[in-house]
Design a protein around this ligand. Structure first.
Ligand code: GLU
Length: 575
């Protein structure tokens, strides 16, 4: 009896929402606090899907897959089943961090020279840039290893949203308008996303019945339908012969993908990267992403400095990007342990002075011997173009499992080509390879290779317990966005919502640091005096994060304004 009384009261108080039918918020809110599980995504429908899975007893992985599938409908220019991504997942029962690499791969026919000499803009909208999709294999592996529901169940919310439709917001409208010029050049894409020849108006309901059917068939037939079956055949046919609108003058290069490439695709479990920072453990995504190694190296550099401010943030990032360019790619023998060693960090940190180093700085020597403080003399690899748009979500459940999940189709709108009859855009992830010629570059294409990513889903632990999850879209700015949020939280003592909302700058070993106007307004003068040079950019990243506040309470956080603002929800809200 004594055992029953107190918990029963507590359950009544905490589990009965104020209004039992006000199940989910009907509007985006960027911050939510409470118990029993939490989610943050860029999108209301995706967050709702995750919340409903959590409420029905699903775990964080179940909810992340359900939300990811919905994002394929409502954020189709950032994510989709023909794309790829990375999951960093903490399994509370096993007390262990796992990562899944669902990155797209190059077809077997692709070689180090396949992209050489091709103008970047031309590769962006082509069959050639479409990588073998990894997302469905990623979902399937995640659910089989860690989930409690089937892929079929996880796809149900997405099927519903695709068939019933969603409200077109300003972001969706603007992204369609920005793509209209190339969408019109493909019959399938124009028919879906330019109904009546124009982007769908804000406030209209957008339905994608073909995508609903694609998800239904996938639910029924399983991943083999893509990895060797009819959906795979349709993708290969589209890649090889894109459905170009008659009369278009665009030079659309066909791709090299074969059904055998799809058959051979595997999502892979990888060891996470891990560094210690201010007594906490920070876990990230290992190659083929450069997210974990670059965020980790920069944090190590900063930790070894006596003082950390924005100048140091920009300098550490500059150095870490130099090393990323030289050493990180989907190749054997990336010197990950050395890149993430304290010795190497100290050697790099030693180069940071009162005045900004002139970019590009040379990469260091992660060779295990760290005595010198001389600027190395090698040449720096320029940061290649990477599309600015993907998406990131975080979910925690009542058991303490946490997932940070980045998914993408690379450019906003992927390669611009909808698979006819299937309602889904193809990715153009292979543009993340170095085009070359670039002898020795770790990121040149090769058969079956995965292009280097910047995606940085990140989990932070204190005393072995998860305390924070964070990630963002933004191509190579993902790395600096994650880094800056961590610094805002742990160096500059901001609360997590403030840490996400704060104005951003990104220094990636480029001549100028890109910065949001609000950042320039606040800090440009002081940083220019220290030798930094800036260029203004309207917006950097669209992060999502969550933090454990103690006693089982969670705070989920999305962007208040960037990319139209995101959607945070908790299972049992509290103030
Ligand atoms: N292609 C990018 C990467 O893998 C992700 C998409 C983006 O945000 O640009 O790093």
């Amino acid at each position: 009896m004594r055992r029953m009384l107190v918990p029963a009261v507590a359950v009544l108080i905490t589990l009965v929402p104020a209004s039992p039918v006000a199940a989910e918020p009907q509007q985006k809110v960027p911050v939510a606090k409470g118990y029993g599980g939490a989610v943050a995504t860029v999108d209301l429908d995706a967050s709702k899907a995750a919340l409903s899975v959590l409420r029905k007893g699903g775990n964080a992985v179940d909810a992340a897959v359900a939300a990811g599938a919905v994002l394929g409908v409502t954020e189709p220019y950032s994510a989709g089943l023909a794309g790829g991504g990375f999951m960093v997942y903490y399994d509370a029962r096993q007390r262990k961090v796992f990562t899944i690499d669902g990155r797209e791969t190059a077809p077997q026919a692709m070689t180090s020279t396949s992209l050489e000499g091709i103008p970047f803009a031309e590769a962006v909208t082509s069959g050639l840039s479409a990588g073998v999709p990894g997302t469905v294999a990623n979902w399937d592996l995640a659910l089989r290893r860690f989930g409690t529901i089937s892929l079929k169940q996880a796809l149900q919310p997405a099927i519903e949203v695709a068939s019933k439709g969603f409200l077109v917001d300003q972001t969706f409208h603007d992204q369609t308008a920005a793509n209209a010029d190339r969408f019109k050049d493909f019959t399938s894409t124009a028919a879906l996303y330019l109904p009546n020849g124009a982007p769908p108006p804000v406030g209209s309901v957008f339905r994608n019945p073909e995508l609903a059917d694609t998800y239904r068939e996938l639910a029924k037939r399983g991943p083999g339908w893509l990895y060797g079956g009819q959906l795979g055949k349709d993708i290969v046919a589209t890649v090889k012969q894109p459905p170009v609108t008659p009369g278009t003058t665009r030079n659309v290069r066909p791709g090299l993908m074969e059904l055998a490439d799809l058959r051979a695709y595997r999502a892979l479990m990888r060891e996470p990267t891990k560094i210690s920072y201010k007594g906490m453990d920070v876990y990230g995504m290992a190659p083929p992403s450069s997210g974990g190694s670059t965020v980790g190296e920069a944090l190590n550099i900063l930790e070894s400095l006596p003082e950390v401010g924005l100048h140091e943030y920009l300098e550490a990032s500059k150095l870490a990007f130099a090393d990323r360019g030289k050493y990180v790619g989907d190749i054997p023998g990336v010197p990950l342990t050395e890149l993430l060693s304290d010795g190497f960090a100290k050697e790099r940190a030693c180069l940071i002075g009162e005045q900004a180093m002139k970019p590009p700085v040379a990469p260091g020597n992660p060779d295990g011997s760290y005595e010198s403080c001389a600027q190395p003399t090698g040449s720096a690899t320029p940061v290649a173009d990477e599309g600015p748009e993907t998406t990131h979500l975080v979910v925690a459940d009542r058991w303490g499992n946490v997932i940070a999940y980045n998914l993408t189709i690379e450019s906003t709108g992927g390669n611009g080509i909808v698979v006819p009859g299937r309602g889904v855009l193809l990715n153009n992830e292979l543009t993340d390879f170095t085009f070359g010629p670039a002898p020795g570059d770790p990121n040149l294409p090769a058969p079956g290779k995965r292009p280097r990513s910047s995606m940085a889903p990140t989990l932070v632990f204190d005393d072995g317990r998860p305390v924070l999850a964070v990630g963002s879209p933004g191509g190579s700015t993902i790395i600096t966005t994650v880094l800056q949020i961590l610094l805002n939280r742990y160096e500059f003592d901001m609360e997590l919502p403030e840490a996400l909302a704060a104005p951003r700058a990104t220094q990636r070993n480029t001549a100028q640091t890109q910065a949001e106007p609000a950042f320039l307004g606040l800090y440009q003068d002081q940083l220019t005096a220290r030798g930094h040079s800036f260029v203004s950019t309207p917006e950097i990243g669209a992060a999502t994060a969550l933090e454990f506040l103690g006693g089982g309470r969670i705070q989920a956080v999305a962007e208040p304004t960037r990319r139209g603002g995101g959607s945070a929800m908790v299972v049992v809200p509290t103030r």
